[in-house]
Design a binder for this molecule. Structure first.
Ligand code: NAD
Length: 482
């Protein structure tokens, strides 16, 4: 472990470029490991203020969860409270107060990162970083002149940006990206969403609950192709019931702005169709941010898809250069990026570092939530792995019924050969929290029997996972074993 750098001289052991969940977490861990660490970030919020935390904190995970919570409460107040015997006048929406709450949460978390930097001894640098040959970084402070930083190791963590469709350019008004889709100042009467992926469904849900008629146009024929088929089918049915108009196999070919909003044309198996919407959110995936990041002589290779090429431990193709998070292969998930940041900071310090790519949880924060870890039934079939299936419906969960959220199911897939849990898939209440138990179980290579013999509190939603594990061996206690 080197300690050659000095902060004052612009020399560091580790310079991280990018201050999102991969970069800022990596910088904190590097400092905890006794390394002199700096983290450069260029993010500016709409008010022109710089902020650490990247897309996740400023324009993604955190603000979307704030609005998902608020819009869900609004919706339930209007549609469900009466069932509980609570009479309210039709609830009234104060969207600007809702947005202000969201903004407060975001700004608290962003200043929290600065405090964590201070407490751990990370130097936070506001501005742009550019990798030069020989592990030098050109740092251009916001509004200032470029400086040269020397680093023993450089970690690239510049994240990703929404993909723009050539025929539907973002204009910040009628056609917006996912950030713009969180910042709408009024509820659109008719909202169009191109892309029925994670972002499309989460943003579509928010505005649908607040009163928009939402149409989601998804090019693929299969709903949520990455989700276990049985779970995806159940989720699709539930979202449809809520009023989301999800059109599959719908490839959008044009989006014309006009006085009445945006006229969309799409093609499906039956021909060409048009839809008119007031606002359009484009959520067709994200691309890695590498523009202006790399000197051609720095020796860092990119893949065909523009991702920084790395090995299993996130080493890029130049010596002592590493890359983590959305800018490298693997799912674009904040927690995957953070774990890569930690692994790299530990490896640089000469410690043990590892990311278990086979056990990364995914969550889609619709209502009900959709969450999974490990392999789907389709993947196991394709890989010709023999498996057992256990399921349990939330309809038989006392806690879910009391919560008025008794739709959905838990599904456990276990190896026929040795009972090891191969995948857990949930659509239902708090699925994003419940999946944590499955992640721990799989991390410890648990079998279905291990979960069967683990005591779960009653009444709790976790019992659904317990029962699904019992069902793997047709030993369910609160469902009929078939
Ligand atoms: P995505 O890849 O999840 O979904 C994009 C969808 O757009 C795909 O289903 C694709 O088939 C469709 N599409 C592409 N071109 C189209 C066209 N012309 N017409 C119709 N449909 C089209 O991407 P996303 O939803 O933009 O999210 C980006 C990334 O951010 C993903 O990797 C996602 O995992 C991540 N993310 C995660 C969370 C979470 O963990 N809860 C939340 C938001 C984003």
């Amino acid at each position: 472990m080197s300690t050659s750098g000095t902060v004052g001289g612009g020399k560091y052991d580790v310079v991280v470029i990018g201050g999102g969940p991969a970069g800022y977490v990596g910088a904190i861990r590097a400092a905890q490991n006794g390394l002199r660490a700096a983290c450069i970030d260029a993010w500016e919020n709409r008010d022109g203020q710089p902020a650490f935390g990247g897309t996740c904190l400023n324009a993604g995970c955190i603000p979307s969860k704030a609005l998902l919570e608020s819009s869900e409460l609004f919706h339930r107040a209007g549609s469900e409270f009466a069932l509980h015997g609570i009479r309210v006048n039709p609830p009234e929406l104060d969207l600007s107060a809702m947005q202000a709450r969201k903004a407060r949460i975001v700004s608290q978390f962003s200043s929290g990162i600065q405090e964590l930097f201070k407490a751990n001894g990370v130097t936070g640098l506001v501005g742009r970083g550019h990798l030069l040959p020989g592990n030098k970084v050109r740092y251009t402070p916001r509004g200032g002149k470029p400086e040269l930083l020397e680093a023993e190791h450089v970690v690239l963590a510049t994240g990703s940006t929404p993909i723009e469709l050539p025929f539907a350019r973002f204009d910040g008004e009628a056609i917006v990206d996912s950030w713009g889709g969180l910042d709408l100042a009024a509820v659109p009467g008719r909202l169009g969403v191109i892309g029925g992926g994670v972002i499309g469904l989460e943003l579509g849900s928010i505005w649908s609950r607040l009163g928009s008629q939402v149409t989601v146009l998804e090019a693929m024929d299969r709903f949520l192709f990455m989700v276990d088929g049985q779970i995806a089918k159940d989720a699709q049915r539930q979202l449809k019931k809520q009023g989301l108009d999800i059109r599959l196999g719908a490839k959008v070919t044009s989006a014309e702005r006009g006085p009445n909003g945006v006229a969309l044309t799409y093609e499906d198996q039956r021909g060409r169709h048009s839809v008119e919407v007031d606002r359009l959110i484009v959520a067709v995936g994200r691309r890695p941010n590498t523009e202006g990041l790399l000197d051609p002589l720095a020796g860092v290779k990119l893949s065909d898809r523009g991702l920084i090429e790395v090995d299993a431990e996130c080493r890029a193709s130049a010596p002592n250069v590493w890359a983590v998070g959305d800018v490298v292969r693997g799912p674009m998930l904040a927690h995957k990026g953070s774990e890569e940041g930690v692994m790299v900071a530990d490896l640089i310090a000469g410690r043990y570092g590892h990311v278990n790519y086979a056990v990364i949880p995914s969550v889609i924060y619709t209502t009900p939530e959709i969450a999974w870890v490990g392999q789907t039934e389709e993947q196991l079939k394709e890989a010709r792995i023999d498996y057992k299936v256990g399921t349990f419906n939330f309809a038989a969960s006392g806690r879910a019924r009391a919560m008025e959220q008794a739709a959905g199911l838990v599904k456990v897939l276990a190896s026929t050969a040795d009972d090891r849990i191969l995948g857990v898939h949930i659509v239902g209440p708090m699925a994003g929290e419940l999946i944590g138990e499955a992640v721990v179980a799989m991390e410890f290579q648990a079998t279905a029997e291990d979960l069967q013999r683990t005591i779960h509190a009653h009444p709790s939603l976790t019992e659904a996972l317990h029962e699904a594990a019992l069902s793997v061996d047709r030993r369910s206690l609160h469902a009929i074993n078939r």
